[in-house]
Ligand binder design. Structure first.
Ligand SMILES: [Zn+2]
Length: 90
């Protein structure tokens, strides 16, 4: 699939998106959905690494997650938990 911005085919695939943790340690950028957002200790977070594709001509950056289905399921669980709490009047 060509670049969405300029139509170029000069794309760099599988680009890692790096975040920096303590002591400047490089880590893969991740997204996270908490299945139990109100929980103090165990929020049952589902994380997904972010991967990118960069256009070699215009530099346009597209970002993806590896396993979007896992985030969908986590969000469904979270929404069910919230609805149940609301029904229980919490
Ligand atoms: Zn481009």
């Amino acid at each position: 699939m060509p670049c969405m911005k300029c139509g170029s085919n000069a794309l760099v695939e599988e680009v890692r998106v790096i975040d920096r943790a303590d002591y400047n340690v490089p880590l893969a950028l991740t997204v996270q959905v908490d299945r139990k957002p109100g929980a103090l200790l165990f929020n049952s977070a589902v994380t997904n690494k972010v991967e990118a594709r960069v256009c070699g001509d215009c530099g346009f950056l597209e970002m993806y997650v590896k396993n979007p289905g896992a985030l969908v399921r986590a969000a469904e669980t979270r929404n069910r938990e919230r609805a149940a709490k609301k029904r229980a009047g919490k």
